[in-house]
Design a protein. Sequence first.
Length: 159
Amino acid sequence: MTTQTPSVSRDARLWRAGGIWLGIGLGGFFDGIVLHQILQWHHLLSEHYHPDTLQNLQINTLADGFFHAFTWIATVMGLFRVWSGTRGQHPAWSTRVFLGTLLLGWGGFNLAEGLINHQILGIHHVRPGPDWLAYDIGFLVWGLLMVVWGWLWMRRENV
């Protein structure tokens, strides 16, 4: 029985890391699809290249494409890690823990993106305009809540 413990522990670490990478990818896709494309609140570089000319829109579209490529890579990495971590024999893993990994990854994405791109680099804001800071803070709070909620769900069950 003790010979299985290291492999179960390794498998659990793999699929948890995969869930976090999937959460990062999902958070990035949500940001890019909903905020960039559907609502059209901003593009990746819209604070420095206002998308009010065709050339600036092309620059932003290219940057958004690289951003989506990153989120796709994060998602693929997550899928492979989850796959690797679930191939061996192991006890049943909790859906709540898996959802916790997704929330942790997505919230971590929001915190990193919100702090780095919105606040430090200032390359775009969630929704430019008179209330831009409120939207940016809301984005950070949303990310922090997801990280805390995800961490609590992951912590509840020790696998």
